[in-house]
Design a protein around this ligand. Structure first.
Ligand code: NAG
Ligand code: NAG
Length: 373
């Protein structure tokens, strides 16, 4: 034991690289992985699908230091945006049956800090009359990790992270934004996007006006993919082992990288672009990122080790396991579009246009674990 501690100390002292701590959960990666959320706090059990009141999700997230679990599965229909408190963990994977989803309103971590969200479906859609809101908003928040979440039908953005510091979005499905048809918008940062599946968006996958790690992502049926928006800002981007796959809505496959000006410093390696829409995964290397300044090594030392998969292995892994578990109707639809490798996929204006059940939101059967037992 003494020897182990001694060698660990020596390792920490001798390795000059910063170590990104992983507190959120085993396997957590990136800048948001230091979140501790409400781990070790009070356990709050969500027992109903109501918009508010005792046992509701809104009540659960109304106070800090909570570790939130679910005794109920199905969709929670919001009447207004729900605001998260700081220092909470949302464990969507504890929900029985088809799992837990939020529809009709924004989930907001705006201005809060230290939040862990796993296996939660956030699908705003047109049931929210506020077109200026997003599916998930972490504007001006810090230390947030979203993992194995499913974000769809966002109107302003799927994920809005303007002014957000130390964030991770990992192993998630970010699909079918409506309204502006945008994926994620990050300013301030730093941010990590790891192992996500992005399906059928106009742009911002993400819009990265910050220092970013972008590793093992799969972007399907885009009009524009990774962008810095020609912002004039001076940011660093590690873009490693991602796969951009053109689909029916992709007018210019080379816009997988979009508006990357010379003020952006980019380390790009192992990325592929499949531009031919021929129904098979058969892309070519794509590591020239607009007019950006080329970095010969990553700006962030942990980025290489984060790149667990090659781009093509990332496609297999991401299509198998990204998104909230268990995989539901909307995510199955998103994954099947991506699996067509170019032949199927639409950028939508409304969830209803998908033709999926439940007005396009897909069905999450309402279950309580008591009924199930
Ligand atoms: C972000 O993370 C870094 C590295 O752990 C830390 O030094 C910094 O204080 C964090 N910033 C905020 C606002 O939490
Ligand atoms: C941006 O970064 C480049 C390369 O490091 C540097 O030469 C330039 O002065 C920076 N520009 C601004 C506006 O900070």
């Amino acid at each position: 034991m003494f020897q182990f501690v001694w060698s660990l100390a020596a390792y920490v002292l001798l390795s000059c690289q910063p170590i990104i701590a992983q507190n959120a959960f085993p396997g957590a990666v990136g800048f948001g992985a230091i979140a501790t959320g409400g781990n070790g706090g009070t356990t709050y059990m969500v027992t109903n699908l109501d918009d508010g009141g005792p046992g509701s999700f809104r009540d659960a997230v109304s106070e800090s230091n909570r570790n939130i679990v679910f005794d109920v599965g199905g969709y929670i229909l919001l009447k207004s945006a729900v605001s998260l408190s700081s220092d909470i963990t949302i464990n969507g994977q504890t929900a029985p049956g088809d799992g837990i989803g939020i529809m009709g309103g924004e989930v907001s971590a705006s201005g809060q800090s230290n939040i862990i969200i796993r296996n939660l479906r956030m699908r705003q859609g047109t049931l929210d009359s506020d077109t200026g809101k997003s599916a998930f908003n972490m504007g001006s928040a810090s230390t947030v990790i979203l993992d194995h979440c499913s974000v769809a039908y966002g109107q302003w953005d799927s994920v809005d992270a303007v002014g957000a510091i130390n964030i991770t979005v990992s192993n998630s499905i970010i699909a079918f934004p409506i309204g502006q048809q945008f994926g994620a918008h990050v300013e301030t940062g730093p941010s990590t996007f790891y192992g996500n599946l992005w399906v059928s968006a106009h742009n911002r996958q993400p819009l990265s006006k910050d220092d970013t790690q972008y590793v093992n992502n799969v972007v399907y049926n885009y009009q524009a993919g990774y962008t810095s928006g020609n912002t004039g800002g001076n940011f660093s981007h590690d873009i490693i082992n991602n796969y951009f796959i053109a689909g029916p809505s992709t007018t210019s496959p080379s816009d997988g990288y979009y508006q990357m000006d010379s003020e952006q410093s980019v380390y790009a390696a192992g990325n592929y672009l499949d531009s031919n829409k021929d129904g098979a995964l058969n892309g070519a290397a794509a590591n020239v990122v607009g007019d950006s300044t080329v970095l010969s090594s990553p700006w962030e030392s942990s980025s290489e080790s984060l790149a667990k998969y090659s781009a093509s292995d990332a496609v297999t892994a991401v299509l198998n396991s990204a998104g909230a578990s268990p995989r539901d109707e909307v995510d199955t639809f998103a994954v099947s579009a991506a699996k067509s490798f170019g032949t199927s996929g639409t950028i939508y204006e409304s969830q209803a246009d998908t033709g999926l059940s439940n007005g396009g939101y897909g069905t999450l059967t309402s279950t309580s674990s008591k009924e199930r037992r």
